[in-house]
Ligand binder design. Structure first.
Ligand SMILES: N=CN[C@@H](CCC(=O)O)C(=O)O
Ligand SMILES: [Zn+2]
Length: 403
């Protein structure tokens, strides 16, 4: 079954040539993009959809969320808005509520959050464990995550649970917990920060998870300068996330990690993406991550929602894009790129492999997954020009109309 989307006022492809086409059309065939070009040259299809001059973008790729949780932290948020500092300790509150919630309800809550994200244009989404913090609960979170998200990250190293010795807990994260979670996860992450895991403990987690065959990601440099970026680059992590407090050496190390990359799929030459989480920065009153400085230094940047109940209770990628343009110095094209192609790069999904049916996400090109976001606006510029407006008009996820 093929569908022709025609009369697109703007088609922002975020493809390898970063083309933006006017008066364009796209053909979806099954789950893939079969054709794109000038509307006047479009081939026939089984069905057609008149976009009436609206703008089409790739669906958002949200490469950093924490959706497997119960409970709410309104009181902590209120205290923060009254001047309290954010600290990692709040994670324990969510862990208590999550542990006390059954599988059915935890799954239902997570599915509701995914549905909210998709209804706002997110078509590919990662989520993490990290509110279980014992072997059984982390395995349960990973299992549930694998049923609701496209990619699952093991974050047993989120917080040392109360009453446990930090080194003993780190060994558990690297041993029995890793083994229990492994069947459900593609990635592992560690919160390398004051109040969470030290450099040495983080190193131990990254070593063990790499040995278990997981791809690596790091929560780093969120609350102050630290070892997160350095470790992420040293271990060849796919991304380091937060990156609020960066030294010149951190930025140089991130840029250098991409020096051998030719833009192709070769895993060996890939570097570490810097993932900025502006909704989190605003909700915790941290300085906004230096996305402009990173891009100027040649570091690929992703934007993600970091949807979680503590630091960023939103899955709105449009809000992140708007903030990146209005407050972080990115152009609309750069911000949309970071929230689509950048997220895909951070998840190793920017290029596909036709042989095994794994399709690229985060850009609009022939053969890529048909993940599309039609705005109720003539151009992507409206995302920044009309901040906070509900601009999502239609969404296709793997070729299926999702909104
Ligand atoms: N920084 C660590 N983890 C989450 C917040 C977790 C929480 O406070 O519940 C984050 O990415 O911001
Ligand atoms: Zn996070």
């Amino acid at each position: 079954m093929s569908t022709l989307l025609t009369n697109l006022g703007e088609l922002m492809t975020q493809d390898s040539e970063q083309r933006v086409l006017r008066n364009a059309a796209v053909v979806i065939d099954g789950e893939r993009i079969a054709w794109l070009g000038a509307a006047a040259d479009a081939p026939a299809a089984d069905d057609s959809y008149d976009a009436q001059g609206r703008a089409l973008l790739p669906g958002w790729v949200d490469s950093h969320t924490h959706l497997i949780f119960a409970g709410d932290r309104t009181a902590e948020f209120e205290a923060r808005m009254a001047g309290e500092q954010y600290s990692a300790g709040g994670i324990a509150v969510t862990t208590g509520a999550t542990r006390g919630t059954g599988d059915y309800d935890l799954t239902r809550l997570a599915l509701g959050r995914v549905a909210e994200a998709v209804s706002q244009g997110t078509t590919y989404l990662e989520t993490k464990t990290g509110y279980g913090l014992d072997v059984e609960q982390e395995a349960r979170s990973a299992r549930i995550a694998s049923t609701v998200a496209d990619e699952v990250t093991y974050l047993g190293a989120h917080l040392v649970p109360a009453g446990m010795d930090a080194d003993e807990y780190t060994e558990l994260v690297c041993g029995a917990m890793l083994e229990a979670v492994r069947p459900y996860a593609q990635w592992a992450d560690v919160f390398c920060e004051r109040g969470a895991f030290t450099e040495e403990q983080s190193r131990r987690v990254l070593q063990a998870c790499r040995a278990a065959g997981l791809g690596l990601r790091v929560h780093g440099n969120q609350l102050g300068p630290g070892a997160g970026v350095r470790l992420a680059v040293e271990f060849g992590a796919a991304s380091v996330d937060h990156v609020n407090y960066l030294s010149d050496e951190d930025v140089e190390a991130l840029a250098a990690s991409w020096s051998g990359w030719d833009g192709g799929a070769g895993a060996d030459s890939r570097g570490t993406v810097a993932t900025c989480l502006p909704a989190c920065d605003l909700s915790t009153r941290q300085p906004l991550a230096p996305a402009r400085r990173l891009l100027d230094a040649g570091v690929p940047v992703a934007l993600a929602s970091n949807c979680n109940p503590g630091t960023s209770y939103t899955s709105s990628m449009a809000y992140c894009v708007t903030t990146a343009v209005l407050q972080m110095g990115l152009s609309v094209h750069e911000a949309v790129r970071a929230a689509t192609y950048g997220g895909a790069l951070a998840l190793g999904r920017e290029s596909g492999n036709d042989a095994d049916g794994e399709r690229a996400v985060g850009s609009i090109a022939v053969g890529h997954r048909a993940d599309l976001h039609l705005l109720n606006a003539p151009s992507a510029t409206h995302l920044a020009y009309r901040p906070g407006m509900p601009l999502t008009h239609a969404v296709w996820r793997a070729g299926v109309r999702a909104r």
